[in-house]
Each structure stands twice: as structure tokens, then as C-alpha cells.
Design a protein. Structure first.
Length: 319
């Protein structure tokens, strides 16, 4: 049984460290900017091997900017002490990643209350994977790209697919979704025209499309959070798991891999989640140790040719 944090501990761990948050955020965005600079340089100089290599590294970093990691932390106001600053950056990142921030925020708050609840939670873990999906994850994620573009287009026209959230939403909420989608589309048109005016429209496409390149690590990490766990349970320990991974992946993922800890205490900033894990008792938190181990579980469940004898000890809830 995990140890519950008392009110004073929660309050202390919820205090934002603006200096650390600034350094962390600045380092991440600096690396992204540097990678784009290198991409453009290699493209201009027609150094195609270096361009492709840098594009893959850019995709690795950019793929975590959306609602699964970087934007996720700003949406929760778990980065800086200023709520306004957090929300401003969240909306900028959502606009960049072609995602309606009004829908995303409402959907995610529901996910925290009703994780894996059928007909309620829209953020169900993807449990099936095939060769076509894997191919996209190590190249360009066409499904993800077109799904976002089509969804924005439909929402901007007042068309709302039958998601759980849309089914129970009011007309007023849907109107907000429509205007938010229109704002995102118009912003992208304006930015593209700006790049086009200065003769750099290729750079616009490079920056926007980076987030859909080499989504492999992000996608696998997202799947791990709730993969084959208990549906329709109000017990977070039955519907959610954490993943202990190497420091580099944890840096990219902004510690979202400490997912049980985050669901238990969503107001605690991402940089304090390891402390939460130590206090409440890591032995009692459903955990898979190592990215590779979860990847093996995923492949074992979806590909018959994997040697089940060697992988039979890998467990969904704890390993």
C-alpha cells in the first residue's frame, strides 16, 4: 500500500522552482532551435546525409512538444509559478502542434477523473500496433498528421465527430471549439505567408512537420501509461502505471513517465515527481522498468513471431 502525502508535503512539493523551470525549458527550446538551424544549413548546402540525420534528431525532440509531454506540463500549470505564463506557452504550443487547446484541456481533465472509463475517457491507450504503424513511427506519422489537420478543418466548419466529449458537450462549448480551430488555422496561414514573403516558406514546413517525424519513442512511451490496465476502475493504481527510463528519455518526456505519481498528485510540478515516488514508496507503484521491457511487451502482444518463452516473465502491471 502506498503512503499518502500529507497536506504540508503536497503544498511544499507543489511550489514551483522558476529558476529550474526556466533552465529546463530554455535548454529544451534551445536544442530545438539549434536543430532547425542545422537542418536549414544542411538543406541549403545540400548535405543530404547530415540533413536527414539532423531531421531525425529534430523529430525526436519536436515530437514531445505536443499534449503528450511539454504542452501537457504547461496545461497543468506545472512549470512556472505564473499561471498566465504557463497558459500562454501552452496555447502557443497547441497552436504549433495543430491541436485545439480547448478540447484538449477539457478532455485531459476528464481523463484524470475517469482514466480508461468506457464512454467517458477519450484518451484510451492504443493497444494494437502493426507494421504499417511502426513504419510511420520511424519515418513520418501520416495518420497523426492527417488526423490533426482533418479534425481542425472539421471543427472550424462546426463539424464535431462523435467523441465522448463532443457527445456530452453544450452548444456553447462547441462554438468555442470552432473559434479556437479557426484561430489556429488563421495563425498558421499568417505565419506561412510571413515565411513566404521573406522567401523561406520551406523553413515553415520544416518546423511544422518536424513534430511528425520519428515519433517512435514518444508513441511507445504514451502507450505504456495505461496499456492493458483495468478499465472502468476508480483506483489509479489499477488504471495507470509508471515507467522507469533512462535520464535522456525522461528529459525528453518531461518526467511524464512518472505517471502514477502525476495522476495521484496532478498539481505537483514534473521536476518534483521523482521525489513523490521516493516518499510514497516506489515498490508499491505499478511500474515497468526500462523502455526496452515495455517495447518487448508491446511487440510480444502484437507479433506472433516473438519468442514467448523468453518474454513470458514480462508483466503488464509490474516488472
Amino acid at each position: 500500500m502506498i503512503k499518502k502525502l500529507d497536506t504540508d508535503t503536497i503544498r511544499a512539493l507543489s511550489v514551483k522552482n522558476n529558476s529550474f523551470a526556466f533552465l529546463y525549458t530554455a535548454s529544451f527550446f534551445f536544442i530545438c532551435s539549434l536543430l532547425v538551424f542545422l537542418q536549414v544549413s544542411f538543406y541549403v548546402n545540400e548535405s543530404w546525409i547530415l540533413f536527414i540525420f539532423t531531421t531525425y534528431i529534430s523529430g525526436l525532440f519536436f515530437s514531445f512538444l505536443d499534449q503528450t509531454a511539454v504542452s501537457h506540463e504547461f496545461q497543468h500549470n506545472n512549470v512556472f509559478s505564473s499561471k498566465n505564463l504557463n497558459q500562454f506557452i501552452y496555447k502557443v504550443l497547441m497552436t504549433f502542434s495543430l491541436t485545439n487547446w480547448i478540447y484538449n484541456k477539457s478532455s485531459h481533465m476528464t481523463h484524470h477523473k475517469y482514466a480508461l472509463h468506457k464512454n467517458v475517457d477519450d484518451e484510451f491507450s492504443f493497444e494494437k500496433i502493426n507494421s504499417f504503424i511502426l513504419f510511420q513511427l520511424i519515418t513520418f506519422n501520416f495518420n497523426y498528421f492527417f488526423r490533426k489537420v482533418i479534425m481542425l478543418g472539421k471543427n472550424s466548419l462546426g463539424i464535431f465527430p462523435d467523441s465522448n466529449l463532443n457527445k456530452r458537450s453544450s452548444k456553447k462549448f462547441k462554438t468555442k471549439l470552432m473559434y479556437c480551430s479557426r484561430f489556429i488555422i488563421l495563425t498558421h496561414i499568417f505565419v506561412f505567408l510571413l515565411f513566404y514573403y521573406f522567401g523561406n516558406y520551406q523553413v515553415y514546413f520544416l518546423i511544422i512537420l518536424n513534430q511528425f517525424i520519428f515519433n517512435f519513442f514518444k508513441d511507445i512511451l504514451v502507450r505504456a501509461q495505461h496499456y492493458k490496465l483495468e478499465h472502468n476502475s476508480n483506483n489509479i493504481l489499477e488504471s495507470t502505471r509508471s515507467l522507469v527510463i533512462n535520464p535522456f528519455l525522461s528529459y525528453l518526456y518531461w518526467n511524464v513517465n512518472f505517471h502514477v505519481e502525476h495522476h495521484l498528485y496532478p498539481t505537483i510540478p514534473f521536476y518534483n515527481l521523482p521525489k513523490v515516488r521516493n516518499i510514497i514508496g516506489s515498490k508499491n507503484i505499478p511500474t515497468i522498468f526500462g523502455f526496452k521491457n515495455f517495447l518487448f511487451i508491446l511487440l510480444r502482444d502484437n507479433y506472433a513471431f516473438f519468442n514467448k518463452q523468453k518474454l513470458q516473465s514480462l508483466n503488464y502491471k509490474k516488472f
